[in-house]
Design a protein around this ligand. Structure first.
Ligand SMILES: [Zn+2]
Length: 58
């Protein structure tokens, strides 16, 4: 499941980031952001915290 707002992959409801229960099972691809300082990927996607994020959430 993936959060529609922050795209974080959530293994347990709700989203640990902001408690959102509006999760989508319709997503694909993911990126692992484990070091924000060296991750240009996270900066491009607007991600501000380490974690696993879906590339696309419908
Ligand atoms: Zn979220």
């Amino acid at each position: 499941m993936a959060c529609r707002k922050c795209k974080r992959i959530c293994f347990d409801k709700p989203c640990p980031e902001h408690g959102d229960k509006d999760l989508s099972s319709d997503w694909y691809g993911f990126v692992v952001i484990d070091d924000m300082k060296h991750s240009s990927m996270g900066q491009v996607a607007g991600i501000t915290k380490e974690g696993i994020y879906a590339i696309k959430v419908r």
